[in-house]
Design a binder for this molecule. Sequence first.
Ligand SMILES: C[S@@+](CC[C@H](N)C(=O)[O-])C[C@H]1O[C@@H](n2cnc3c(N)ncnc32)[C@H](O)[C@@H]1O
Length: 242
Amino acid sequence: MSNCKVCGVELNSENKYMEGMCWDCKFGGHEEYMKDRDWTGNKKSTFVTLGASSHCDHDRAENDFYSTDPKALEIFLDKLKEDGVELNHYVWECACGNGALSEVLINRGHDVWSTDLVDRGYGLPDYNFLTCERLPFGKYDNIKWDILTNPPYKYAQEFVEHAINLVNDGSYVVMFLKIQFLEGKERRKLFDKYPPKYVYVNSARQICYLNGDTSKKMSSATCYCWYIWEKGWKGDPIIRWI
Ligand SMILES: C[S@@+](CC[C@H](N)C(=O)[O-])C[C@H]1O[C@@H](n2cnc3c(N)ncnc32)[C@H](O)[C@@H]1O
């Protein structure tokens, strides 16, 4: 029996990616987390706790492409319904990847605008969300629309801020982000300015597929949450568990 050289977990047929490494450390996306961390702390303990690794470039998804398991959105939308929170009919999936989230929304009757920086064979490609100043599909001054996505992790905060700037008062910005997004000095400033109205924590681990490849068996050491901002709302966020 061998152990993962990064986090030390005992390797078995379920969690083993290759000799000496588990799936979590291979695909957990912790490299970005370590690079972007803006807190101080004990690096060793963080490595052990989070299973952080020093992935090299070829390990990384192209442009941070991890497609979200549609089930993660399904169960979240069910919970939202139970809680009486209703998204607007029009939703912009502004980093749509291969449409994993867009398709769920469409199947539930939403009109969805899908865009991505990269052409992944779905939606409108070559659309850089971070530099855009308006909706890509014409003027929609008279209708209400929300933004929902799982953004590239490296630019998660930028996506949140830009999305809040773009949506109209009272509209929602919904982001699928790691639970660690709650911590950090820069995030603190963001939350002071824009507190999320709700944070839905996934009790069960949800999966994001590297480069959209659902054939690869993935496990995840990452706890994801759905963060919901309602533009203009101020107060103490409500935490819910899915
Ligand atoms: C983590 S993946 C998520 C894909 C999809 N939202 C999902 O949940 O399945 C992030 C996506 O963001 C896209 N992306 C990266 N930078 C972007 C940018 N500046 N503007 C728009 N999309 C971007 C990537 O191409 C990738 O498809």
